[in-house]
Design a protein around this ligand. Structure first.
Ligand code: PLP
Length: 390
């Protein structure tokens, strides 16, 4: 089996990845490329990080056998409960890891960008804990749409700066963050929130999220006597919860991988975020991957009911899994995700994030055998989505 887990020394997963940044950013990116592995693999870093994951984030998260859901779909369904993490999703695993890394690099100032505000909240949380200055760029429109998360970030001590150019959403916030990073390169680390961006970010984020699959292995061993499930299912926005869920299984042939993308109103509707169906090879936010774009390379505005999946690209790790057919990608529409969210709530008493509901909707799309062990990553909780659900 090929090695799907980590990129080559230039940051490529097959033909995807690399580092495409303006020359002014070379020093920042190179500093990270040269240092990230040494630092994060050191025992000093790992001791501190593992202690925080356990005592601050609340890990290990449970691997919960969902009996009622399993009965309905006549298979063996386990939910990896990332919704039970501090701040309500998997994003804190990466935000804490990168904030710690920034400290080791001697940085005192953190910048981040956020769309729905989940990554902004996780970053502001990590910065409050570790005593780092935190600036979050956010599109002006998103600031208005996501008021509760903006309030959280402010209470945590972050400065939220509106991006007022372009469509005033996530991609414009990314541009503002990059501009800031160019101007403040020696003092500042840019915490990217998914397995996207120039090398080494996709690998860095995947490693921090890989705690998810590390725990699944140990938990399955304890519960069913074997480490490997038959299927792993996760939703994909940029792809960080999916990369974390797949990481320690991706080179194991007998584990089948399923990714759920946001179909929006449907892949042919013109209002979708299903990048593997609609995307072509291009460069977005510093790496070569699949991108939703016009023939002349203009990024197409994506649509999903879930803000966390509303992204016109996909990380290079996943683009490679798609191209090599190592993972199977399904597109889940808004209405299908809503139906699955309500179903989980009523059958198991768990209100999932809208993003995670896309992973659950796979159960309606594909039949599994009655003895198949199916692990679904429940990436986050649904509190933030109550208005949409109602
Ligand atoms: C941000 C988010 C996602 C999507 O991001 P990935 O990087 O694809 O994991 C999924 N679920 C939740 C709960 C999120 O907050």
């Amino acid at each position: 089996m090929k090695n799907y887990k980590n990129p080559d020394e230039n940051g490529y997963y097959g033909e995807f990845g690399g580092a495409f940044v303006p020359e002014m950013l070379f020093p920042n990116v190179e500093e990270l490329q040269n240092n990230y592995l040494n630092i994060i693999e050191s025992s000093e870093f790992q001791e501190e990080f593992q202690d925080l994951l356990k005592n601050y984030v609340g890990r290990a998260t449970p691997l919960y056998f969902a009996k009622n859901l399993s009965e309905k779909y006549e298979t063996q369904i386990y939910l990896k409960r990332e919704d039970l993490n501090h701040t309500g999703a998997h994003k804190i695993n990466n935000a804490l890891g990168q904030a710690l890394l920034a400290k080791k690099l001697g940085k005192k100032r953190i910048i981040a960008e956020t769309g729905a505000g989940q990554h902004g909240v996780a970053t502001a949380t990590a910065c409050a804990l570790l005593g780092l200055e935190c600036i979050v760029y956010m599109g002006e429109i998103d600031i208005a749409r996501q008021a509760p998360n903006v309030a959280r970030m402010k209470m945590l001590g972050a400065t939220v700066i509106p991006a007022t150019s372009g469509s005033k959403t996530l991609k414009d916030a990314v541009n503002e963050a990059l501009r800031d990073w160019i101007n403040n390169s020696t003092t500042t680390h840019y915490i990217i929130g998914s397995v996207v961006g120039p090398h080494p970010f996709p690998d860095l984020v995947a490693r921090f999220q890989s705690v998810i699959s590390e725990e699944i292995k140990a938990q399955l061993k304890e519960k069913i006597g074997r480490e490997n499930p038959d299927y792993l299912i996760a939703c994909v926005g940029g792809g960080s919860n999916a990369a974390g869920t797949f990481y320690h299984f991706v080179n194991e042939e007998n584990v089948k991988l399923i990714a759920a993308e946001a179909g929006g109103f449907g892949v042919d509707s013109g209002k979708s975020a299903a990048t593997t169906f609609l995307g072509t090879l291009g460069v977005l936010h510093g790496s070569k991957s699949l991108v939703m774009q016009t023939e002349d390379g203009q990024v197409i505005e994506p649509h999903s009911i879930s803000a966390g999946l509303d992204y016109p690209g996909i990380g290079p790790f996943h683009a490679n899994l798609f191209k090599e057919k190592r993972a199977k990608f399904f597109s889940i529409n808004d209405d299908e995700a809503l139906k699955s969210a309500l179903e989980l709530t009523r059958l198991e008493g768990i209100i999932p994030a809208l993003e995670s509901a896309h992973a659950l909707a796979i159960l309606e799309k594909k039949a599994f055998g009655k003895d198949d062990v199916v692990v679904i990553c429940l990436s986050g909780r649904g509190d933030k989505d109550m208005e949409t659900y109602l």
